[in-house]
Design a protein around this ligand. Structure first.
Ligand code: MV4
Length: 447
């Protein structure tokens, strides 16, 4: 087991990882920018190293500074959290070259999944169902027309170096195809330095359902069920739940087993998320994330398993604490992402939190790095906390969520809490009847 872990992140996830380290009796080091000197995770860590000025590229993305902080403090492993360097293959490789363990998969697995064409090809080879489309990159118009005619319109052109919604163009008919291909490729070249694009059948009303997987480092794979993350705005998840209201136990076991077997065959190590679009009872792979995700607590709530403990165990060579048959799903969980933003316009609202009071009681978890008197710096993303609610079933979970939202007080700044108070009373949400476009349509109506 590791003696000392360096946490290369900030905010609620830095605190989340720090808590897991403390429970395992592992010493903690945090790195931080000058803007985060007063952050909770800096106060609670055993050691801290200031690595640079506020801009991320000079601090949380500065690989040399982070490696230097490991050398100075004698950290034997790095947990990258999510975002920042968590899916940076070069960072994983550099740490390995310094004999520091990256708590995550190999640089090569990160690289494969970062290239969306390669990721899809790999998924298909491993027996994961994928969206019908081109087998690889598409360059010429004639080939594009042939593939689009074969799969049928509408189609979507995606950048291989994109992902997470960046660099996509929809062509409703053949008349749109030429310009869609041209602009997608040009924009991808400018944004990512890689103009490779691919074509897929455009699914019009899918849900976003993702499967939590783990490779144990010894060639075995398990799944921890799925999360439904269809409620998004501009590719930012807003509300996530586990299990998906759209799946039954048989569908869950079927897609879960496919994913677990694929992870084993790939020889993958650590936590991963396999993302699908789900429409008319079918799953279609779109991407794989090679990190712990923001919404991992809903999976923890329904399985009772600490996924950060598991990441640390696997990275240290100790394997998973559970076998597939030990992973049981219990009840229902919902996570609300509380952002320091205007609940209508989503404009960031940094500043001082004058009063912060979190809900409590059975089935309530709040993951947050803020406190009364804390000043939110303007340089980073606006997530200030996550409310995770667990109940024996979805109805109980929703009743408890409504109660928890009533108790939650954040004064001094604007937050997205009022949006959740609206959503929890909405009939479509109560019925679990929503797709990936539901939230944006709801917000456009201005109800
Ligand atoms: C799609 C799609 C429809 N058809 N692919 C957006 C994020 C990126 N991970 C993939 N995305 C999409 N890919 C096909 N073939 C629709 C989306 C999409 C979306 C997906 C998940 C959650 C929200 C979304 C919002 C708009 C579009």
């Amino acid at each position: 087991m590791f003696q000392k872990i360096l946490i290369a992140n900030r905010g609620e996830i830095a605190l989340r990882v720090l808590r897991a380290c403390k429970e395992l009796g592992i010493q903690t080091v945090v790195v931080h920018s000058t803007a985060d000197a007063d952050a909770m995770h800096v106060r609670l860590a055993d050691e801290s190293v200031c690595i640079g000025p506020p801009p991320s590229r000079d601090s949380y993305l500065n690989i040399h500074q982070i490696v230097a902080a490991c050398e100075i403090t004698g950290a034997d492993a790095v947990h990258p959290g999510y975002g920042f360097l968590s899916e940076n293959a070069k960072f994983a490789d550099i740490l390995a070259a310094h004999n520091i363990t990256f708590i995550g998969p190999s640089g090569d697995h990160i690289r494969i999944m970062g290239d969306k064409i390669e990721a899809k090809r790999t998924a298909k080879r491993l027996g994961i169902p994928v969206v019908p489309g081109s087998d690889g990159a598409v360059t010429d118009q004639k080939e594009a027309r042939r593939i689009a005619a074969e799969i049928g319109y509408p189609v979507i052109i995606k950048a291989s170096a994109g992902g997470g919604g960046r660099g996509m163009k929809v062509a409703l008919t053949e008349a749109d195809l030429e310009i869609a291909l041209q602009t997608a490729s040009t924009e991808a070249g400018a944004a990512f330095g890689d103009d490779a694009v691919y074509i897929e059948k455009y699914l019009e009303k899918p849900r976003h359902i993702e499967v939590q997987v783990f490779g144990d480092g010894f060639g075995r794979g398990v799944h921890f069920g799925e999360r439904d993350c269809s409620l998004q705005r501009r590719h930012q998840k807003v509300w996530e739940e586990a299990p998906s209201p759209a799946l039954n136990a048989e569908e869950r076991a079927r897609i879960g087993d496919i994913c677990a077997k694929a992870i084993a065959d790939l020889g993958y190590s650590g936590a991963g998320t396999i993302e699908f679009l789900y429409e008319n009872g079918e799953f279609y792979f779109i991407e794989m994330n090679t990190r712990l995700q923001v919404e991992h607590p809903v999976t923890e709530a329904i399985t009772g398993i600490d996924l950060v403990h598991e990441q640390i165990r696997v990275a240290s060579g100790g394997g998973l604490s559970v076998k597939q048959e030990d992973i049981k799903f219990n009840g229902h969980a919902i996570e609300c992402r509380i952002n320091a933003e205007d609940p209508r316009t989503f404009t960031p609202s940094p500043g001082t939190i004058t009063h912060f009071h979190t809900p409590g009681g059975l089935g309530i978890r709040v993951d947050s790095g803020v406190y009364s008197g804390y000043k939110i710096p303007p340089y980073y993303d606006s997530l200030i906390g996550k409310l995770i609610v667990h109940g024996r079933n979805r109805v109980e979970c929703m009743m408890r969520l409504r109660r928890a939202l009533d108790e939650f007080v954040v004064d001094g700044i604007k937050t997205t809490l009022p949006l959740f108070r609206d959503l929890v009373g909405n009939a479509d949400i109560a019925n679990g009847e929503y797709d990936i476009h539901w939230l944006e349509k709801y917000l456009a109506k201005g109800e």
